[in-house]
Design a protein. Sequence first.
Length: 412
Amino acid sequence: MRRIAHLDMDAFFASVELLRYPQLKGLPVVIGGGRRSVDDLLLRRFADRPVSQIPVDAFPLLRDYVGRGVITTATYPARQFGVGSAMGMMKAARLCPQAIVLPVDFDEVRRYSRSFKSVIREIAPVVEDRGVDEVYIDFTEVPGGQREGGRVLARLIQKSIFEATGLTCSIGVAPNKLIAKMASEFNKPNGISIVHEADVQAKIWPLPVRKINGIGPKSEEKLHKLHLHTIGDIAAQSREWLVDNFGQAYGAWMHDAAWGRDDRPVVTESEPVSMSRETTFDRDLHAVRDRAELGAIFTDLCTRVAEDLRRKGYVGRTIGIKLRYDDFRTATRDQTLDHYTADPGTIRRAAGQCLKRVDLDQRLRLLGVRVGKLAKADAVPATAPEAPAAPPLAAEHTPDLFHGTQAARDAG
DNA sequence: TCTGGGGTCCTAGGACCC
DNA sequence: TCTGGGGTCCTAGGACCC
């Protein structure tokens, strides 16, 4: 009998911060925002004492937050005010102005991520990564993995993670990934939930459709229009009806999902498909009026993707850009080269070509650069960047960007 | 008050080749 | 002069997830 666990760290980003600032325990704290944070200032101001001694009233509050951005994680006390992840900072500030705001410390989060995952792998080796704070674990072949439906092993993992990191997690164990994912939410935080095949009707069917991993806001809205609100409502429809309304692949999948059927394996290894860097500006920028600023950001994005590729040992063939207009519409353009590259100049030139194919009259709020069709750098025949060599990546050397004049282009 | 940054996968049309 | 399918690759957009 297959036994699959889904493990989800409780309020991971916030919990990592609480380890550093235990004085914030029990308070509403939100993580997110980024650049505008006062965190560094705080540390400098109280450089004379351990961070755990910084007084609570010295921390920055959500009510004082200025800028764009969304909440990455909210502590449970903050959630009581209706604040949750993916919520805009400004909206969160209205709901809970007294919440403390801290920026994401990616290095620290990654460190704890590696740490809790290695604890799990020592106990149960078949682990699938689902981002920094989540994994699927195959209990089926683990000695003792079937005892009490997986509860015994789940408890051991929970305890081992807590002892190694001081962090809590919630675990769902079920016949497959789909149900395990839903089950891990049943007893949050620091909970375990065991679901068997026979429980689907009682425990899964009453849930709202949105709880199915794969049904998002758009599908939820469409389901609601069809008067389907619970997973049981979907299960009550015929496969044919769902296919007629949602298409062959999605409709059939939805039917299976509602009946708790899912035979996807736990995948322990995977290769990246693309790497990208993007940034939302502090204020909307215009291609002509803010040309220099945009040019510098663009160059920086190209440089950073190139660094990411090199650091991880990949090259790519498809170079693309993404931009978001002030009205939140998104446009993408990409171009496939005849050779693989990780060279910042090559990426910059190809991305620059893409930029010329998109409307730049409207103000922009976001710019991104993506490299796709990746291959391992050592698995691909080495190709020199085509002559002439890539120009240096200074803004003044790339006058073709953002409505550069033809004369400037010729000069470049 | 809008709405981050990093991804994956799917769809659909057109090019191009056999 | 009209009429094929099938397969693969490229591109743009969009849904969804963490």
